[in-house]
Design a protein around this ligand. Structure first.
Ligand SMILES: [Zn+2]
Length: 344
């Protein structure tokens, strides 16, 4: 049986998983990401250890890397990653040489979207918008069943669409970016601003230290009916719906899938988002408003999508993704032997 491994390379942790053709995770290995100020080799050592642990001595047929960063249009390089040391490096070829197997590379949100469309909440959808609410906003657009990567591989950076002119300053240097209003960070900021002004469970949950407040603590408080936490979710959910209305206006998807840590709050987030979408969407009342669904695959979605991409590339079923170098040595040899290589 073939073995395909997906590796989610995040800013804080690496998660490698052996994934079946049906999208089931069989074995998982975790490592801590060495950080962004270290030699890239250390990150690659961590990836190697995780892949070897998952393989358990078996031959690996392909590895799909889901990297938290910008991956170039050809899927060869990580151009920039805020929390990783890669800067324009030829990560795919380097790891392929080191591991002696096919390696494919894409952005983590693109891989997660691929997984949701292939095996998860958007299964079977032709066109879908996937929004990932974590610290900030990530996402991907799926068109005609495929993740739309854009001409430079940078499509789907929804978090930095400006929704408020002259709005809150963003880490990207812009102002009024969507993720300043709808994200885990926004949830914490809104909640923290009201602590000390009115009674809230959050005081107890964070041990009286507002700096210790996290998104999951706000979720816990909201689930217990805390008014401050609920108000934060109402705002973050409302802004989610407003931003998604713009994406729906642009892409007219069948379904909108919301993943990431903040989506664990379920209806506390999705109900206000649905209301805002219905209110903000152009032509609402005269068109089908796509359903808002919670992502189905959880924190392993990136690894599942990475493995799925690697499998598709190796099996030749990913028609738009052709490996440039050494993708299938056996096939290249067969082509050369037949003299039928018409590629330019
Ligand atoms: Zn921004």
């Amino acid at each position: 049986m073939s073995l395909f491994v997906g590796v989610d390379v995040g800013g804080t942790k690496v998660l490698a998983a052996a994934v079946t053709p049906a999208g089931r995770v069989r074995r998982v290995a975790r490592r801590t990401t060495p950080g962004r100020l270290v030699d890239a080799r250390l990150v690659e050592d961590a990836l190697t250890e995780a892949v070897e642990e998952v393989a358990g001595g078996r031959r690996v047929d392909g590895v799909g890397l889901a990297a938290a960063g910008f991956v170039d249009g050809a899927g060869e390089r990580v151009m920039f990653a805020p929390h990783l040391p890669w800067r324009g490096e030829d990560v795919r070829a380097r790891l392929m040489e080191r591991w002696g197997t096919t390696v494919v590379l894409d952005n983590d949100a693109n891989c997660a979207a691929r997984a949701e469309v292939t095996h998860g909440a958007a299964r079977g959808a032709g066109d879908a918008v996937v929004v990932t609410l974590g610290t900030g906003i990530g996402g991907a657009v799926v068109l005609d069943g495929r993740v739309h990567r854009g001409s430079n591989g940078m499509a789907g950076e929804f978090g930095h669409m400006q929704v408020v002119p002259d709005g809150l300053a963003c880490e990207c240097g812009g102002q009024g970016c969507w993720e300043q209003y709808s994200s885990g960070n926004a949830l914490v900021r809104l909640s923290r601003a009201r602590m000390g002004q009115e009674p809230t469970l959050l005081d107890e949950l964070c041990g009286g230290d507002p700096d210790a407040l996290t998104g999951p603590l706000v979720t816990t408080a909201a689930e217990q009916g805390d008014a401050v936490a609920l108000a934060a979710f109402a705002s973050v959910g409302d802004w989610l719906g407003v931003g998604v209305a713009n994406l729906v206006a642009a892409f007219d998807p069948e379904v909108v899938v919301v993943g990431g840590g903040v989506s664990a709050a379920g209806e506390l987030l999705l109900a206000p988002a649905r209301a805002a979408l219905g209110r903000s969407l152009v032509g609402a009342g005269h068109r089908v408003v796509p359903p808002f669904l919670r992502a189905a695959l959880g924190p392993e979605a990136g690894a599942i999508g990475g493995a799925d991409l690697a499998r598709a590339v190796v099996k030749g079923t990913d028609r738009r993704r052709r490996l440039r170098s050494g993708g299938s040595p056996a096939r290249a040899r067969r082509r050369a032997a037949r003299g039928t290589d018409r590629r330019r």
